[in-house]
Design a protein around this ligand. Structure first.
Ligand SMILES: *[C@@H]1O[C@H](CO)[C@@H](O)[C@H](O)[C@H]1NC(C)=O
Ligand SMILES: *[C@@H]1O[C@H](CO)[C@@H](O)[C@H](O)[C@H]1NC(C)=O
Length: 204
């Protein structure tokens, strides 16, 4: 299945033009103020304009039919670095058959408890690992996960980071909550929230 993303208003006019220009490389349909992505390849995202500061991850839920244990936490290898560590005990084989998806929802946090969904992506798990989408390969290198098929068993990844250079360009500056769900068809198997700031190196 092809990745799907929906981008919603409101962005500043100029920012929106830049965002559309960038997204047109990957995306086919633009409807009104929303962008409906019907085709694209998120592994080709590239940006060098902003840095990402990760604050914390929060594991919301996992389905015990899918994984027996699942643990994801922040680690701080030293004073300047933030990374993640993950372990899970997978109870089912993940084959490259398009069944498992990663659903990413980017909410911009607006203060006083409000948030605003600005983008959504659905990516095939196996394709994302194979194509190093968002730099996921770093997670594999940091432990004993594999690309698909991922067979039942216990896995770990120590000290991995997300590659900010492979994140979508022209995301508006600010604080974000990214909800990451792994779906079996339409059913969520795990859901995690990741809190982070997007900070532009040069202010517009
Ligand atoms: C901090 O840890 C990271 C990741 O292990 C490493 O790449 C970096 O060089 C370390 N920095 C210092 C100052 O030790
Ligand atoms: C991954 O590594 C852990 C710790 O060394 C080990 O217990 C586990 O069996 C390994 N998993 C697989 C699928 O090889």
């Amino acid at each position: 299945m092809t990745p799907v993303a929906i981008l919603r208003k409101p962005l500043a006019f100029f920012m929106r033009l830049k965002l559309y220009a960038a997204l047109m490389v990957w995306y086919i349909a633009i409807i009104g103020n929303d962008i409906l992505v019907v085709s694209g390849d998120m592994s080709s995202f590239q940006q060098n304009d902003y840095t990402v500061e990760f604050h914390h991850v929060h594991l919301e839920f996992f389905d015990r039919k899918f994984v027996r244990t699942f643990d994801l936490k922040n680690v701080k290898p030293n004073r300047t670095h933030k990374a993640f560590a993950m372990t899970f005990n997978l109870l089912t084989d993940i084959k490259d058959d398009g069944r498992y998806k990663i659903n990413l929802k980017g909410f911009r946090l607006l203060g006083n408890g409000l948030d605003h969904l600005i983008c959504q992506f659905n990516i095939d798990v196996c394709q994302a690992l194979r194509k190093n989408t968002f730099g996921l390969m770093q997670m594999i290198r940091a432990g004993n996960m594999t690309t698909c098929p991922i067979t039942k068993g216990y896995y770990y990844a120590n000290n991995f980071v997300v590659d900010e250079k492979k994140m979508p360009p022209y995301m508006p500056e600010g604080r974000y909550k990214v909800m990451i769900a792994i779906l079996d068809g339409n059913t969520p198997m795990t859901r995690t929230s990741l809190f982070m700031d997007i900070i532009y190196k040069i202010k517009n």
